[in-house]
Design a protein around this ligand. Structure first.
Ligand code: C2O
Ligand code: CU
Length: 432
């Protein structure tokens, strides 16, 4: 991807609307058509989909271990369903049509209710014809607040996505052309970040919650004007914060940073011939109150400790050539099987520890997402690595994961490059 393939980069960016509600109040989300300033101010507005009149939808901030109730009203002229990405919730609240619920028909409301067990950065998005509904804007941040929040001056969400647009800001209404489905997937020609705040002060300590909400694009992000640490991936605190370098976010992945502001802050995507500005955070004035102090780890999540795996399965990603091994839409597969079948990829006893070797036998990277659980990426010498809900496996590479399947139900396992998921790269597991 290079600069000439993009529309101009973003500047003068609108704010992400933030809706803060106590966990005991029912939250209300109305899926509906919206008109949003996505291109820089002064350029055309974009007719798209969103929630509560905006794209991205409102930022939902909830408390860990307290029940959240969300009433989702479908104001669209087609069905929908909402998935709470990364939350270890009850299966029937997972928002997956066919597997866990029926569609919310136009004009109908569905009440979702769950208790988020882990603090961190999550997001919600449509899970119905998601390659299209998410590309059209059905997404928003879901923040589970820490019991004891870290000592920061600002807590700012940075939601990243991309859109395929005309110069006038209208969307190119083509989401599943066979060429992109069989390659890297639908990609926008305009990308940007939506921030929940637009200014900070030099000297502030800031938590940045970055979410890749794009349907298919991997964002390599460089944050300038700050120094600091990577604190969490996919909502899960790292035991030891890491020095901030380039952060690579596959679709659906999140990274939390804590940084000290030194100058105007820039969020840049690294592209072939340089940098592409996704968002700016202006530094206005100086915070003279904050004393320098080390950045310490966020509270660790409370997850079951893996046993020695009792099953070792292999999940091979295949396909991807037009007219290749599968017919019709099923051009991607796991283990030669496209799309959901009667038989799950695996059946696990509740609490069972399982190792899965994910082999990418294709020419494209894939970001593989497991619903209802977090899993460990297995590192060198079998060490348990980072906890994730979505893992990026490069073309030709493989990755082992270890997961304690302690959440009963029928859970999707799919590529979060949503064009690939719709193209057949999805399956499910049954935890009984
Ligand atoms: Cu982010 Cu199957 O979902
Ligand atoms: Cu994929």
């Amino acid at each position: 991807m290079n600069r000439r393939q993009f529309l101009a980069s973003a500047s003068a960016l609108a704010l992400l609307p933030r809706q803060v509600m106590a966990a005991q109040d029912p939250l209300r989300l109305k899926a509906e058509a919206v008109v949003q300033q996505v291109l820089p101010e002064g350029d055309g507005m974009t007719a798209m989909l969103g929630f509560n009149g905006a794209m991205p939808g409102p930022e939902l901030r909830v408390r860990r271990a307290q029940r959240v109730t969300v009433e989702v009203e479908n104001g669209l002229d087609e069905g929908t369903a909402v998935h709470w990405h990364g939350i270890r919730l009850e299966n029937k609240m997972d928002g997956v049509p066919v597997l866990t619920q029926s569609l919310i028909d136009p004009g109908r409301t569905k009440t979702y209710s769950f208790v988020p067990p882990d603090a961190g950065t999550y997001w919600y998005h449509s899970h119905y014809i998601s390659n299209e509904q998410v590309a059209r804007g059905m997404m928003g941040p879901l923040i589970v607040e820490d019991d004891v929040p870290p000592d920061v001056d600002h807590d700012i969400t940075v939601l990243l996505s991309d859109w395929r647009m005309q110069e006038d800001g209208s969307l190119v209404e083509e989401y599943s052309d066979m060429h992109s489905v069989a390659h890297g997937g639908y990609m926008g020609n305009f990308a940007r970040g939506f921030l929940s705040k637009s200014t900070v002060q030099v000297g502030d300590r800031v938590r940045l919650r970055m979410i890749n909400a794009a349907t298919n694009r991997i964002f390599p992000v460089q944050v300038t004007g700050v120094s600091g640490s990577i604190m969490a991936y996919d909502g899960m605190a790292l035991a030891v914060p890491r020095p901030l370098t380039q952060v690579i976010l596959a679709p659906a992945q999140r990274a939390d940073l804590i940084v000290d502001v030194e100058a105007d802050v820039g969020f840049d995507m690294v592209i072939r011939d340089g940098l592409y500005r996704l968002a700016d955070l202006a530094a206005e004035g100086t915070n003279t109150d904050r004393m320098p102090s080390p950045i310490t780890a966020l509270s660790p999540p409370d997850l079951p400790i893996p046993d020695t795996p009792s099953q070792h399965l292999t999940l091979t990603m295949m396909g991807g050539a037009m007219g290749g091994r599968h017919d019709g839409d099923n051009i991607w597969a796991f283990n030669d099987v496209s799309d959901l079948q009667e038989e799950p990829f695996g059946t696990f006893q509740r609490g069972e520890t399982v190792r899965i070797t994910m082999v990418n036998d294709t020419s494209f990277p894939h970001g593989i997402h497991l619903h209802g659980h977090h899993f460990y990426e297995v590192g060198e010498g079998n060490a348990l690595g980072d906890l994730r809900d979505t893992t990026l496996v490069d073309a030709g590479a493989s990755r082992d994961i270890i997961c304690v399947f302690d959440n009963p139900g029928r859970w999707l396992l799919h590529c979060h490059m949503l064009s690939h998921a719709v193209g057949g790269m999805r399956t499910w597991v049954n935890v009984v």
